[in-house]
Structure formats: C-alpha cells, structure tokens
Design a binder for this molecule. Structure first.
Ligand SMILES: *Cc1c(COP(=O)(O)O)cnc(C)c1O
Length: 386
C-alpha cells in the first residue's frame, strides 16, 4: 500500500478562504485597495504592535527594514547562522557586512552571550544592529537582546517569520508577543505557505515607531508619495513625488483577503501545533536515539518540530522511502558557497555546525492527522530498532 506523502509543513485552505478571495477578485481593487489596510490593522492587533506594513514577501520585509535603518557599506550587523539565508542577505542587499554569532545548544537560537562577546571584541561603535530569529517558533528573549542593544547603541530587527502568536516571558513575568514592537525597532513575518498564515507569497513588518512606519510606506512603493503634507512642489491633482529610491514590494488585495481569513484561524492552528508538539515530546522522551528535541516551552509557536539524532541522513532517507518528507533547518548560512567565497569559515560556529549534523524537522502543521503523526513516530522507531 502506498501511502500519501506527509510533508514537514503544509498550508490549510478552507472554503471560506476561497470565498473571500473570490469576493476580493470581484471588487474594485486587485491591489492598493482597502483590504491591505484592513489586513495591516488586524495583524497589528494580533501581535500587539502600533503599526503594520504588508509587503510582497518576508524577504522584501527584511530588505525594507535594512533600508529603513540605513544599512550601508559601513554597517556591521550580527545574526545567527541557523536561519533561512534571507535573514543575512538583507544586510548584503544594502552592501552591509554580516557577522555571525553562535547559537544556544538548547534553544537553537542566537546566544545573547556570544553576541555580547562579539560586540566587545570590536571597538566601540563598530556594530549597528542585531537580527535575532525566533527560530522554529521559539520566541527569543528580546528583553535580554534589547538590554544589550541599548548598552551599545544598536537596533534590533526581529525575524519572527516562524512565530506569529509566539511569546516569551519578560523579567516582570509578562507575556511579550513576537512582533509587539516593545523590544525590537522592527519585526518581520512571512506568509509563505509553509508558515503559519498563508497568502501564497506575502510578508508583514510591525513596529511601534511612527517615523520608521512612514519610511517603510514610502519605500514599499518606489519612494513615491502623493501626500499633500509631504510633497515639496504642487503642480496639480496628478502630481506625485519620488523622494527616495524605493521598490515595488506591495501585496495584492486578494492576497490580503486570504491573509485576513487565515488570521481568524491563527490561534486555533497554534493550539493544534502545540498539541502535536506535546505528542512528539512524550513519544520521544525516553528514546535513546533522540539526542535532543524542541523544548516544551510556554509561548513556543512550533513552526517546526526538531529532533536531533545520530545517523540523521539514514533516518531522512528511510522516512522518505516511507513517503514522509522531512526537512533540515538549516544548513548554516556561513557555510553557503556565497558566504564562504567572502571569507566566512566553516568550523567557526561549532555549536551551529554540530546542530546541523544531527537536526531534522518532523511533519508539523495543523491538519496533520493523529494517524499520520503516529505513523511518523512509528516509522522513526522502526528505523532505530533495525
Ligand atoms: C520564510 C523565511 C524568510 C523569508 O520569507 P519569504 O516570505 O519566503 O521571503 C525569512 N526568514 C525566515 C526565518 C524564514 O523562515
């Protein structure tokens, strides 16, 4: 019996999602219409930020953030090697310099003490910013990063692509939601189908800073404004000004309509992800072949469920033969040919590199059935019994 492929991540599209997209296609605006504003406002409410800017994808969101914070050839920015390449590439788009600091072996996220050591190894004022990533859905302790950033005059871009709805607990024992704008200057999200909220392609930037917000709006649409209070000359009703070198990084209204519809179910999806994580956690807790697994952490958004095992390649191939398509997140960014060619050395981030040798992301998405999850667990067990 061949069984259906079980991917590591997958979107859910309901009949209601389809209906709202159809309605949107029949409306007056395919793009630059009111649905964008509605999505932005609902998303800002969801994460608890003052402002949100919808963009064409998560990578565009990172690029606009780097531009808005004036990253240039003199900038030095720190990020984690265990992330999608876009978290680092946004710095390169603006000709800045990327620095990597190693991860914490338990949370798999950027280790704040490693970042501090890196900052202190350079002259005062050398670094400009930090890009922590809420990797796999684990919300990083942004309060700790903010304290460090304040001490050294740095900004923070939080890459929260994995963690809408995730939170960490601050020193006052309060829940601080990813992207709420309290600790990071800017936070970004992606609406790629494997992420929590699917628009096809899509992204969002959240902030509490009105001047960054206004700058992002300008940069999203060619640096062009028609705002009467902002334009310098006034030629007539047709008149607009291009005041900065911007891009076309807009989201369409029908994508925003899908995003709004998906956002309504976001908490339900998160609940289901946490339930799936609990089952994995329990099933693997006494297994000798598990070197480590995703933590049982309050506020974890579980974009991914990660195990670390011996003979990862053997397990990956065996699961694949059984139509279980796991994935590895991530190949350390500094070991990519592009970064290696720029002088980044393999074996410079020992914890990240060791993590990469053993990690595997298991199927994790709200519509994963109990039968499917049991089959995944059983097949892993089978591999190590043989
Ligand atoms: C998905 C992702 C991105 C990029 O988002 P896109 O919408 O695919 O451009 C950036 N950072 C992280 C951590 C991601 O997972």
């Amino acid at each position: 019996m061949t069984q259906k492929i079980i991917p590591y991540g997958r979107q859910e599209i309901t009949n209601e999602d389809i209906q709202v997209v159809i309605e949107s296609l029949k409306s007056d605006f395919l793009t630059q219409g009111p649905t964008i504003l509605e999505f932005e406002s609902k998303f800002a409410d969801y994460v608890g930020s003052k402002y949100a800017v919808a963009v064409s994808n998560g990578t565009a969101a990172l690029h606009l953030c780097a531009l808005a914070l004036n990253v240039n050839e003199n900038s030095n920015i720190i990020t984690t090697p265990i992330t999608f390449v876009a978290s680092a590439n946004c710095v390169k788009y603006c000709n800045g310099n990327v620095w990597f600091a190693d991860i914490d072996p338990v949370t798999y996220t950027l280790d704040v003490s490693k970042v501090e050591a890196l900052i202190e190894s350079k002259p005062k004022g050398f670094f400009n910013g930090i890009i922590p990533v809420d990797f796999a859905g684990f919300a990083v302790d942004l309060e700790a990063f903010k304290n460090l950033a304040n001490k050294h005059g740095l900004w923070i871009i939080e890459d929260a692509c994995h963690a809408p709805g995730g939170f960490f607990i601050n020193s006052k024992n309060q829940q601080e939601f990813c992207g709420n704008g309290k600790y990071a200057e800017l936070s970004i999200f992606s609406f790629h189908p494997v992420k929590h909220i699917a628009c096809g392609e899509g992204g969002m930037i959240t902030t509490n800073d009105i001047s960054l917000y206004q700058k992002l709006l300008l940069l999203r649409t060619h640096g062009i404004t028609k705002d009467a209070s902002a334009i310098i000359e006034h030629h007539g009703g047709w008149y607009y000004e291009m005041q900065e070198l911007g891009y076309n990084y807009r989201l369409t209204d029908f994508q925003a309509a899908l995003g709004i519809s998906q956002l309504k179910r976001a908490d339900k999806g998160l609940e289901r992800r946490r339930e799936i994580a609990g089952i994995y956690k329990n099933s693997f807790k006494d297994k000798k072949y598990i070197l480590s697994q995703s933590g049982d952490v309050l506020g974890h958004a579980y974009h991914l469920y990660i195990i670390q095992v011996e003979n990862r390649k053997g397990l990956y191939d065996y699961l694949r033969l059984n139509n279980i398509f796991c994935q590895v997140h991530y190949i350390p960014v500094h070991t990519m040919p592009y970064y290696k060619a720029q002088g980044y050395k393999k074996e410079s981030m020992p914890i990240s590199e060791k993590y990469y040798e053993h990690c595997l992301s298991l199927p994790m998405f709200p519509t994963l059935t109990s039968e499917e999850q049991n089959f995944v667990i059983k097949t892993i067990d089978e591999f190590y019994q043989n």
